[in-house]
Design a protein around this ligand. Structure first.
Ligand code: UTP
Length: 299
């Protein structure tokens, strides 16, 4: 793999049960951080990395995702007539010109691996990215996927984003064992899904960004359902690394797990504190809230 990635897959067909009842009607990926839904942050990251074809793997209940990326004629006309040019630009730039959105359906939530496999016909025979929008990654410099795409182009290997996690948390992640780790990347020797801390091969956890060789599709096709009856992407990656180099990439940036309540709260606070218009009032609000609750000092 030495070609530049152009296509990105967004698996958004999960049930989002941790955010019920909100996710009865609002897909998890449409939950906002300030004024933009999670999916928009992931889409912007993919476009920055050079992707011009965005493949959304959705299900029949997730019209909101497709509607969001569709043209909103009536709204645009109204904003134009009332001279709200700033808002008009925001609405139009949800997808910049030259970027194509493709929607494929995952009829049944059979797992992340199965969701990626649903994108096969659109991806074809070229390397591609996978982004899980509920892993929100914030960085002052280049986004995580751009960092990985640059590294993948240079090395020719598939690339999986990793971050260090406290050892007691390994059972919540896919964990990789690596060799020859240099600077930000190392070759993966093994990948284990959710190991207990005492048997985890490291504390390097897989995060929702991948650059994958298309060979993964045939491996997914022969992957049998694993934990929870789901077709796991991790199992196909384990098979891929038996055949060719797959590297772990320790990206620069902070990752928020917006698939959990506290992760979404944390991301909202951090984005508000860093926001050019909201920062001062967010700081004040937080200081007031802490003092009202009797929290004098934070350690
Ligand atoms: P998660 O397990 O984090 O998402 O899957 P979920 O199942 O939607 O959420 P909970 O656990 O019930 O709260 C990781 C990613 O894989 C997608 C999800 O949409 C999410 O982006 N996914 C998962 C699919 O697209 N299809 C699936 O069958 C499973």
């Amino acid at each position: 793999m030495s070609a530049r990635i152009r296509k990105a897959v967004f698996p958004v067909a999960g049930l989002g049960t941790r955010f019920l009842p909100a996710t009865k009607t609002v897909p998890k990926e449409m939950l906002p951080i300030i004024d933009r839904p999670l999916i928009q942050y992931a889409v912007d990251e993919a476009i920055e990395a050079g992707c011009d074809t965005l493949v959304f793997v959705t299900n029949r209940y997730k019209h909101a995702v497709a509607d969001y990326f569709d043209k909103a004629y009536e709204l645009e006309q109204k904003l134009e007539r009332s001279g709200k040019t700033e808002q008009l630009e925001l609405v139009r730039n949800v997808l910049p010109e030259g970027v194509r959105a493709v929607f494929v359906t995952q009829a049944e939530a059979l797992g992340l691996g199965h969701a990626v496999l649903c994108a096969k016909s659109v991806i074809g025979d070229e390397p591609f990215a996978v982004l899980l929008p509920d892993d929100l990654i914030w960085n002052r410099g280049p986004g995580a996927l751009k960092q990985m795409a640059d590294a993948a182009e240079a090395s020719g290997a598939s690339m999986i984003a990793v971050q260090d996690v406290p050892r007691e948390q390994t059972a919540s992640y896919g964990i990789v064992a690596t060799e020859n780790f240099e600077k930000r990347q190392g070759r993966i020797r093994a990948i284990v899904e959710k190991p207990k801390p005492e048997v985890a091969p490291s504390n390097l956890a897989v995060v929702g960004r991948y650059v994958l060789n298309p060979r993964i599709f045939s491996l997914l096709e022969s992957t049998t359902p694993g934990a929870g009856g789901e077709i796991q992407l991790t199992d196909a990656i384990a098979a891929l690394l038996e055949e060719e180099a797959v590297n772990a990439y320790r990206f620069q940036g902070t990752r928020f797990d917006c698939g959990t309540h506290i992760g979404l709260v944390e991301a909202t606070i951090r984005y508000a504190l860093d926001h050019e218009k909201l920062s001062d009032s967010a700081r004040q609000l937080m200081a007031n809230a802490l003092s009202e609750l009797g929290v004098e000092e934070l350690n």
